[in-house]
Design a protein around this ligand. Structure first.
Ligand code: SF4
Length: 338
């Protein structure tokens, strides 16, 4: 159903008016409060529910199994302990060189400027990350610049999160201006789910900032299901593509959400129609609280095999896992234990 309010309301207003009460979300979706099994409220206290109303508007009413809803609704199973599901599955605290800098790979590093996200994805591998201790302050910039200049291999910075597009355009531009002063940098990657959950984030000012940067900007959005990509969302993202900004998508393979060949093929086609190239399909990072999204490796292998058989090669995202301490994401297809 089209709700034009979310097409007109500016993104800051939407960001300041998120749904944070699980019972309100159920009411909006015409679901009974007892759909929330005991434990889910506690789970939402540990990792707060955050859902933009524009995203809730894409969820099918009265369907507790809606693939978009399953990604955001707290679940009592999040409270279960599983030995191999831990708080820092990617060993990021080891890679945290100084506030805001996560340096894992040779040619690029992550700059985390905010711990805030527009949406809280229940499977997020950073759901336990101690952001508050790691955000750079204004005067940390000189140290960050010095750090880049000691690493001659670095030519790319990745703004990650939290979600960098929750920052104001002013703050984003300030950091982009700073990064532009470092001669060795050529590329700036922005990892964000905001364009999917609040499409109005792509406003004229943001387009202009990206378009006019000396750095080549690559926006990597995060969409897991074709239902997230309604016409309005696609048109907004496509307005960046029209300005020659490269837009890629990374998805996470999630039990109950997109674990079928049909769902993954629909996602790839929908992305492509919007000018977005499928980039990565991540298997779930084993983060504490997300075990119920996990899939058996043999099931993953079969799904991916079927995706390969059904899509042209250019629409098949790379199936990968991130392994703590590795120099790159690890390709997985054909591997039996992962
Ligand atoms: S938007 Fe990204 S960083 Fe934020 S909760 Fe979702 S997956 Fe995690």
């Amino acid at each position: 159903m089209i709700n034009y309010l979310y097409q007109e309301q500016n993104w800051q207003t939407q960001l300041s008016d998120l749904i944070t009460d699980p019972l309100e979300l159920l009411e909006i979706l015409k679901l009974a409060p007892d759909q929330l099994l005991s434990g889910a409220i506690l789970a939402s206290e540990q990792f707060k529910l955050r859902v933009p109303r524009a995203f809730a508007n894409k969820i099918e009413k009265s369907n507790i199994f809606d693939p978009l809803l399953l990604q955001v609704l707290p679940h009592h199973l999040e409270l279960e302990d599983h030995a191999d599901f831990v708080t820092d599955p990617l060993g990021e605290e080891q890679a945290n060189q100084q506030p805001g800098v996560l340096h894992k790979y040779k040619s690029r590093f992550l700059l985390t400027l905010t711990g805030a996200c527009a949406v809280h994805c229940r499977y997020c591998f950073r759901r336990h990350f101690p952001y508050q201790e790691n955000l750079p302050k204004n005067d940390d910039w000189i140290n960050i610049k010095n750090y880049i200049e000691t690493q001659s291999n670095i030519n790319e910075v990745i703004l990650s999160g939290g979600d960098p597009l929750t920052l104001s355009n002013r703050k984003l531009k300030l950091w982009i201006d700073r990064l532009e002063t470092v001669n060795q940098l050529k590329y700036l990657r922005v990892h964000s789910r905001v364009p999917i959950v609040i499409p109005n984030r792509i406003d004229d000012e943001l387009i202009s900032i990206f378009k006019n940067s000396r750095l080549r900007i690559i926006l990597v959005v995060h969409s897991n299901h074709a239902n997230e990509l309604d016409d309005f969302t696609c048109a907004k993202i496509n307005s960046l593509v029209k300005e020659n900004i490269t837009v890629l998508n990374q998805a996470v393979l999630l039990k109950g959400v997109n674990d079928s060949v049909q769902a993954l093929c629909n996602l790839s086609y929908r992305l492509f129609d919007a000018g977005i190239m499928p980039y990565y399909l991540h298997v779930l990072d084993k983060v504490k609280g997300a075990h119920h999204f996990d899939l058996n490796p043999k099931v993953i292998d079969q799904i991916y095999k079927d995706v390969l058989a059904n899509l042209p090669g250019y629409l098949v995202p790379k199936l990968v896992r991130e392994i703590a301490g590795e120099q790159n994401k690890t390709p997985l297809f054909g591997v039996t234990t992962y």
